[in-house]
Design a binder for this molecule. Structure first.
Ligand code: ZN
Length: 233
C-alpha cells in the first residue's frame, strides 16, 4: 500500500528535480543567448565603414581647398603685380579674389569639422575594440563556467531521477496519478503537513476527527478545503 509518507518523500525529490531542471534550462538559455559579441562586432563594422567614407570626403575637401588656395594666390599676384592698371579690370579682379578667399575659408571650416569628427570616431573605434576584446575574454570564461555547470546539473538530475524511479516502482499507479494531478493543479504542492491543526497548504483549520485520521496514517486523507493530501510528521 502506498503511504502518504512515501508521497511526501516523492514530492521532496520532485521539488529538488524541478530546481535542478530550472537551473539547467537557465544555464542553457544563457549559453545560447548570452553572447553580446555579435552586437559589438556589428557596431564596430558600422563605425569602420563610416570612417572609410568620411576619410574619402576629407581627402576630397583637402584637394578642393588646395585648388582654391592656389587660385587665390595667383589672383593676388595679378592684383598686386602691377601689370593690370585698368581700374575696371582691377575692380573685377578684386571681386573675384574676394570670392575665392571666401571659398577657401568655407572649405577650411568644413575640413576642420570633418577632421574633428574623424578623431572622435577613431577614439570611439579604439574604445570599442578594447571593449570587444574584454567581452571576448569574459565570454570565454563564462562559457566554460556554464558548460561545467550544465554538466554537473545533468549528473545531479540523473542521480535524482534514478532515486525517483526506484521510489515510484513501489507506489500504486492510482495514487501516483492522483499525486501527479494534484501537483500540477496545486502549484507544485500535492502533499502538505498538518501543523497545530492547520493544513499547511491552505492554512485552514482541520476538524479534530480529520486530524486524527491523518495521524493514524492508515489511509490518504485529503484536506476538505484545498484537496491536498495531508501528512503528519
Ligand atoms: Zn488545505
Amino acid at each position: 500500500m502506498t503511504t502518504v509518507r512515501q508521497m511526501f518523500a516523492l514530492q521532496e525529490l520532485d521539488i529538488i528535480l524541478d530546481r535542478v531542471q530550472h537551473d539547467q534550462v537557465k544555464a542553457e538559455y544563457e549559453l545560447s543567448n548570452g553572447d553580446v559579441l555579435g552586437n559589438l562586432e556589428t557596431e564596430l563594422e558600422r563605425d569602420a565603414e563610416w570612417l572609410v567614407e568620411t576619410e574619402l570626403q576629407q581627402k576630397a575637401t583637402k584637394l578642393e581647398a588646395q585648388t582654391q588656395k592656389d587660385r587665390s594666390e595667383s589672383l593676388n599676384s595679378q592684383l598686386y603685380g602691377g601689370e593690370i592698371t585698368n581700374p575696371r579690370d582691377l575692380e573685377s579682379l578684386e571681386r573675384e579674389a574676394s570670392n575665392v578667399r571666401q571659398l577657401v575659408e568655407k572649405h577650411e571650416t568644413t575640413l576642420s569639422e570633418i577632421t574633428e569628427r574623424i578623431e572622435e570616431a577613431q577614439n570611439k573605434k579604439s574604445e570599442l575594440e578594447t571593449k570587444l576584446s574584454e567581452a571576448r575574454a569574459a565570454w570565454e570564461i563564462r562559457q566554460a563556467e556554464l558548460q561545467t555547470a550544465i554538466k554537473e546539473l545533468n549528473k545531479e538530475r540523473t542521480g535524482f531521477e534514478g532515486q525517483r524511479s526506484k521510489l515510484t516502482e513501489v507506489l500504486d499507479p492510482t495514487s501516483l496519478q492522483h499525486y501527479e494531478a494534484l501537483r500540477k493543479s496545486k502549484g507544485g504542492l500535492a502533499v502538505v503537513k498538518v501543523q497545530r491543526g492547520l493544513c499547511q497548504g491552505c492554512r485552514m483549520s482541520l476538524p479534530t476527527h480529520q486530524q486524527q485520521r491523518v495521524r493514524n496514517g492508515h489511509q490518504t486523507v485529503l484536506c476538505s478545503s484545498c484537496g491536498r493530501m495531508l501528512f503528519s510528521s
